[in-house]
Design a protein around this ligand. Structure first.
Ligand code: TXA
Ligand code: MG
Length: 324
């Protein structure tokens, strides 16, 4: 059984001993290990049941010199770092050959994903440890990400590691991932709360469709972020399809965006996300967990608007289930 602690020093000891811990970030909780310790990094893949070809994000303090790990940093990436770090933004760079980190992190690719988290406790851990850590979301591979220490505890009932408590995650969904491999253009590999409109202030964005075939990112997987119950998403609730799939509305947990559902269904609505995209993201995983824990059999969820600001939630919902 894992334990929840509030003292940063307890997790520092664990990390120095090569153990895995869980820690809060502003996005979601991460399962963390010393990035320079190969055996410790291997434990993360095992605990998460994560395929070894699915690389991890390395976390650093914002002021650390990235040239110890990274070959070149384009000018626009320096600007992004200066303005948006620490924060929910992961950048992908060409890995330096002599970088002192376990190659398990990059899944043997020649690129590395790096971010500086904006959570006071995560930053304290990094500064006190004085070394980078890897931190994938602290959930079994493919499942719903955790936004509280309790979620982590519930998700790994058979494991025993120390969980650093940092309250409920402010952002609530994983960081935006941007490829900075091109000197002049970037591309968005995973959508997040930092969206297209923020990034295009610093560089032109290329369509990532051509890239994702060769790069292993969660945006590349067809399914991810999945609850235990079957989840169906819809643009407009179609009763013919509900009947066709033999779904009983009485046994369905129905979630909408911005009160757009009317009539009979409005009465059956179980939850409506806030209209503000940031507040909806903050609630997102927590609400999926609540839906998963009810005695309903199926989750029905409306898709958010198809605009760039909603891309992060749209993508996560589409990977969490199937179309109605
Ligand atoms: O907000 C976050 O980023 C959270 C918190 C804990 O920091 N972490 C997180 O890690 O979401 P994870 O492992 O759940 O997702 C990392 C994603 C994966 O989809 C992985 O494929 C991608 O980052 N990734 C890692 N290294 C990469 C690389 N070199 N090239 C492309 N994608 C990479
Ligand atoms: Mg994840």
């Amino acid at each position: 059984m894992s334990v929840i602690v509030s003292d940063v020093n307890e997790v520092i000891n664990q990390l120095n001993q090569g153990n895995v811990i869980a820690l809060p970030t502003e996005t979601v909780y991460g399962l963390a290990a010393d990035a320079t310790n190969h055996d410790a990094v291997a434990k993360i893949y095992k605990i998460k049941n994560r395929p070894l070809n699915h690389p991890l994000i390395m976390h650093v303090a914002p002021e650390w010199d990235l040239t110890q790990w990274v070959e070149t940093i384009p000018e626009y990436a320096l600007q992004l770092i200066k303005t948006l770090w620490p924060g929910p933004l992961t950048l992908i760079f060409k890995l330096k050959k002599e970088a002192n980190i376990s190659r398990l992190i990059t899944a043997n690719q020649d690129t590395i994903a790096i971010r500086a988290p904006a959570h006071q406790k995560a930053l304290e851990v990094l500064t006190k440890l004085g070394k980078p850590i890897v931190a994938p979301s602290a959930n079994p591979f493919g499942k719903i990400s955790p936004t509280s220490a309790q979620h982590v505890l519930q998700d790994f009932p058979l494991e025993s590691f120390v969980i650093l408590d940092g309250g409920k995650c402010e952002v609530g969904i994983e960081s935006t991932i941007i490829s900075c491999l091109d000197a002049r253009h970037c591309s968005i590999l995973r959508h997040g709360i930092i969206n297209q409109s923020h990034i295009q202030n610093y560089c032109d964005i290329l369509d990532s469709a051509s890239l994702t075939e060769t790069i292993k990112v969660s945006g590349n997987l067809k399914s991810h972020y999945q609850p235990h119950k079957p989840l169906f998403y819809f643009e407009k609730l179609d009763f013919a399809k509900i009947n066709q799939k033999a779904i009983d509305l009485e046994k369905s947990y129905i979630i909408s965006f911005a009160q757009s559902i009317e009539g009979l269904l409005a009465e059956k609505l179980n939850y409506t996300f806030p209209e503000c995209q940031e507040r909806a993201a903050h609630e997102f995983y927590q609400q999926l967990r609540i839906a998963d824990q009810t005695n309903k059999e199926v989750i029905l969820i409306e898709l958010p608007p198809k605009t760039p600001e909603w891309a992060a939630l749209l993508d996560r919902i589409q990977k969490a289930g199937q179309i109605l």
